[in-house]
Design a protein around this ligand. Structure first.
Ligand code: SF4
Length: 352
């Protein structure tokens, strides 16, 4: 069957299971946001079934004071090693891109392992990898720290700003978020398994489906959420990748290197236990300790930017007054327009 035929069929099934009341589904992952926009899935759903974006884009949820601390770090005669999206995110006074133009060493790597290799080959330089992102990227960053210790690579460290997902979903629900179902992130869940979400139906009576990233994966997940609307539960649609227990080996390496700490999320503020820090045993590889750096102050907002509301699912990106006017992918005002997983970028690229 052609994809358009399959989408038509899925739409018919969604109509059958339409609960007839307002049903808000939050897609937690930035890759889902992009896929939903790309396949035009929002437009084919009945009016009472809304897809709203959540806090699942790692670059977008990195708080402004964290971005400012990365900029400060780049002034300390180090090589900043980072994923590409981060360099265009505006800080309060500068961005990594502007720092690079001013002569600071900012290097983009596709994998933390490449950054470690670079450090190994350039022993006169202090290389700091910027650890942002969720459970998907955390295990690889953990591997670099373990390997750096084993190989005695002294010029490599990680500035750990990693965040974890379940505490944030709890914070959203406790904050009275009007969500009846979650499309849960496939890649994160491949590492964590589905158990971390069990509190969602138990304590809040809301369902979640761990979804794949193709149009049919997402539509199937929506159908599963609608079918289960009265008996909340956590289900796995993305069975070809996600197991209930997750990836035990990856979980073990995370536990060995990191421990939970509080973390500030853009738009959501400080959330207890939603971040990770490097354990004392590995403190030689902790850039926060090595360079005495940390995010200062509480949450700072960019004037006029509504990223915080977009990340909470309170507004659609095109409801921000700057969308498509003062804020475009060429001249982004906030991170949601910079990141390849940002909701504002998705709305701009594929239309609202
Ligand atoms: Fe921020 Fe731009 Fe998105 Fe508005 S459109 S919320 S300014 S990133």
């Amino acid at each position: 069957m052609q994809q358009t035929e399959m989408i038509k069929k899925a739409k018919e099934i969604i109509d059958v299971f339409n609960p007839g009341v307002q049903f808000n589904i939050m897609e937690v992952c930035g890759s889902h946001t992009m896929a939903i926009s790309k396949f035009g899935l929002r437009q084919i759903l009945p009016k009472n079934i809304r897809l709203i974006s959540g806090p699942g884009c790692p670059v977008c949820v990195t708080a402004q004071n964290e971005i400012d601390s990365i900029i400060e770090l780049s002034n300390k005669n180090v090589v900043i090693a980072t994923f590409g999206d981060l360099i265009r995110v505006p800080g309060s006074k500068s961005s990594l891109q502007q720092q690079r133009a001013a002569g600071k060493e900012i290097k983009v790597f596709y994998s933390p392992l490449d950054a470690l290799k670079y450090a190994e080959e350039n022993t006169t330089k202090e290389v700091v990898f910027i650890g942002i992102g969720f459970e998907t990227t955390i295990p690889t960053v953990a591997v670099t720290i373990k390997e750096a210790k084993e190989k005695n690579i002294k010029n490599y460290s990680v500035y750990c700003l990693h965040k974890t997902m379940p505490e944030t979903l709890r914070a959203l629900l406790e904050g009275g978020s009007n969500v009846q179902g979650f499309l849960l992130p496939g890649h994160v869940s491949a590492i964590t398994g589905s158990k971390i979400y069990e509190f969602i139906p138990k304590e809040f009576g809301v369902s979640g489906v761990i979804s794949g990233f193709e149009a049919m994966d997402i539509l199937m997940s929506i159908i599963m959420l609608l079918k289960n609307y009265k008996n909340s539960s956590i289900e796995i649609q993305y069975k070809r990748v996600v197991r209930k227990e997750g990836n035990i080996k990856a979980q073990k390496i995370i536990e060995e290197i990191f421990e939970p700490c509080d973390s500030t999320w853009r738009g959501l503020g400080k959330i207890k236990g939603s971040g990770l820090r490097i354990k004392d045993k590995y403190k030689d590889f902790d850039a926060a300790v090595k360079f005495d750096i940390k995010p200062i102050g509480g949450e700072i907002e960019i004037k006029g930017c509504r990223c915080g509301d977009v990340l909470k699912g309170s507004i659609y990106p095109n409801e921000c007054p700057l969308f498509g006017k003062a804020c475009t992918p060429e001249n982004p005002v906030g991170p949601c327009m910079v990141s390849s997983e940002g909701s504002c970028a998705a709305f701009y690229k594929y239309g609202a």
